[in-house]
Write a protein that binds this ligand. Sequence first.
Ligand code: PLP
Length: 397
Amino acid sequence: MEHYFDQSATTKPSEAAIKAFTDAAQVWGNPSSVHQLGQQSAALLRDCRAKVAKSLGMQRVTKDMLLFTSCGTESNNIAMLGCAAAKKRDPQCPGTIVITAGEHPSIENPAQRLESQGYDVLRVPTCGGVLDLAMLEDKLKNCRMPVIFAGFMLVNNETGAVYDVKSAAALVKKYFPDAVVHCDAVQGYMKLKFTPYTLGVDTLTVSAHKIHAIRGAAALFVSENVLKRRHLVPVMPGGGQEFGFRSGTENLCSIASLAAAAEEGRLHLAENREATSALRKRLDEALAQLDVKQNQALGAENAEFLPNICSIVLPDIRSETMLNYLSGRGIYVSAGSACSAHAKKKSAALEAFGVTAEDADSTLRISLDYTNTAEDVDALAEALREGIAALQRKRTV
Ligand code: PLP
């Protein structure tokens, strides 16, 4: 029996998502071809775009734009690098990029690239899971070069902290009305109710494989305002698909799967969240009986967390050791975040949250959702109890 608690890394495709994927495999014409076969694919693509647009509350698909990409990483890169490339920049004064401390690498790493090219990068502190808006305002008032792009994630992938993107976006617009404000909503999509309009952002990323669709597709919302002002240019020249912003023949199977999962998720958002919260309550109760602490205890008074991500510190046991112990028992969690596992460096998000380096080394990320069961939670709690006893014993032998 397997118990999956790595839902923030990826999710198991739903039946509807798999069906949409396999059905789309029969619609194999190139959506850019003008003949009948191509037009069948183009019609399916239009239908998928309408469904994902609806899930993001887009009424005006014709004015604002929703483009399909291959993954959240690509959408984030198109937004930031496309904005930086949009205008001829003065090498002495290219501009300022604002992001949060502890963004996902798909925002942090392109920002570092721009930093090496002379842009200033301001990182807004996120101590206790809250965006420091006073510090943001102070930085905005005193920045050396105009802000051209600001990227705020909606939910942190390691702590589950929900950030006040709406207030941050409004602050940036107050001081720099021309800046492109972006939201990486990958971890909040289908877990929270939001739209790019309620957040007040210009561009926004969501990704298929985090919402029970098959990987290989994602979307990027781009506002009419950004398009009109030409604040975004394509970073990958090619055949001009996806309104010219993401050249390359569309991955219609994955896109169809994303659309099906978005439709399902939109209809069941409230009940899915309720089911996840009930499981989280059960998990919290079980964890309270164990020798672990929750990183969320460091949360600020006004911090908000999704029930989906539970970050715990083990007693003197390295996270990888416990991860392997649990994996051997068919229980899957991750250490900090799966995405940073390749980098093998300490987690900037946990550090920014206020976790010590020592605790970060012993942090496990347990990510759950409505597809988990009470039995999963009980099995995890029991395995953790046994694991702590066994691994601590080993250390003392
Ligand atoms: N942004 C956040 C907050 C994420 O958690 C992830 C993936 O974990 C991504 C972006 C990247 O998404 P993708 O895996 O689709 O590239």
